[in-house]
Design a protein around this ligand. Structure first.
Ligand code: BDR
Ligand code: CA
Length: 312
């Protein structure tokens, strides 16, 4: 039986590849997609999710959610992923209609329908999840696990010196999640930087698979490639959300994990959004998260290749 999975996404270029991986995987039943503002404003992220879903020939419902963080204004990542979030290629990213059900209602309903079985993967800021927890503090009892693309176990950030973008956008939401009792598992940007950088020859090989999904999945990384070259100094473009999705689907993608106490910085401007991972046990607090600390790059690339090779 395919496993029920609910995806929360601020759909831009790497989110789209993560959606493709989940929507084409035989072991996974994507029971809902909720969208949150983050990389791009909400309406754009919704259109990007719908475009990607249609390309995968899926009919899963896409639900619009929160248009901004729970306690501060939205700051997007359009300088990273392009104005439209999808590499500014001129794709037709308008006119598709999401479900009439709000993301928070959809997540709560999916948790009821698949109580104890539902796996949640978040690829953006945690605003929708925090709102769902505020509405229903018993939600964690019905969610089997929550894989978060976010944070950095080595505390080298991509948004400020110590914080990762998704956690930085809405740190108050991260705080709600970390104090909720949800069984969270972090796949941080350090894992992307070390194991999910696609170098130009690998990108060419992937694009050469010749399918519509492969061409789309590589071409939409155009702006992020420039950002990686000039800002994060990577040898290609990295795919944080896809490696998080691959781990969610196949935990063997992680070669090392640790159980750690994690708390988030919400007040300091200098370290805003830093998820402080107590690696040496200074705080004496109980672990509240699993943190992936090493991954299997070959296994990830194999999953990526087989998803992009699919013709839906
Ligand atoms: C994360 O932030 C976004 O830019 C990406 O989509 C990914 O979810 C990486 O820090
Ligand atoms: Ca994302």
């Amino acid at each position: 039986m395919p496993r029920p999975l609910f995806i929360d996404t601020d759909t831009a270029s790497d989110d789209a590849v993560a959606l493709i991986i989940a929507l084409t995987h035989p072991d996974i039943d994507v029971v809902g997609i909720s969208v949150v503002a983050g990389n791009v404003p909400l309406d754009m992220a919704v259109q990007n999710a719908l475009y990607t879903r249609d390309l995968c020939a899926s009919t899963v419902a896409v639900h619009a959610g929160e248009a901004g963080p729970i306690a501060r204004p939205l700051e997007t990542g359009q300088h990273v992923h392009g104005h439209d979030g999808m590499g500014d290629l001129g794709l037709e990213l308008t006119g598709r209609a999401p479900s009439g059900t709000h993301a928070v209602d959809a997540l709560l309903a999916a948790a009821d329908a698949h109580a104890g079985q539902l796996e949640l993967v978040t690829l953006g800021p945690l605003s929708n999840i925090a709102r769902a927890l505020q509405r229903d503090p018993a939600l964690p009892d019905r969610i089997a696990r929550m894989v978060i693309m976010g944070a950095v176990a080595d505390h080298i950030g991509n948004q400020n010196p110590v914080a990762e973008f998704n956690m930085w956008v809405d740190p108050e939401a991260v705080d709600v999640v970390l104090n909720s009792g949800l069984a969270v598992e972090f796949v941080g940007w350090d894992i992307s930087r070390h194991y999910a950088v696609i170098e130009p020859d690998e990108a060419a090989e992937l694009r050469g698979l010749g399918t519509a999904l492969a061409e789309f999945g590589v071409d939409i990384q155009r702006c992020v490639s420039e950002f990686c070259h000039t800002e994060t100094k990577l040898a290609g473009f990295d795919l944080p959300d896809p490696i998080a999705m691959c781990y969610a689907i196949d935990p063997a993608v992680a070669t090392e994990t640790r159980r750690l106490n994690c708390r988030v910085e919400t007040t300091s401007e200098l370290t805003r959004g830093m998820v402080v991972m107590d690696q040496l046990g200074f705080t004496g607090l109980e672990p509240n998260a699993v943190v992936v600390t090493a991954a299997d790059r070959a296994r990830f690339l194999e999953m990526l290749r087989s998803a992009l090779a699919t013709t839906p």
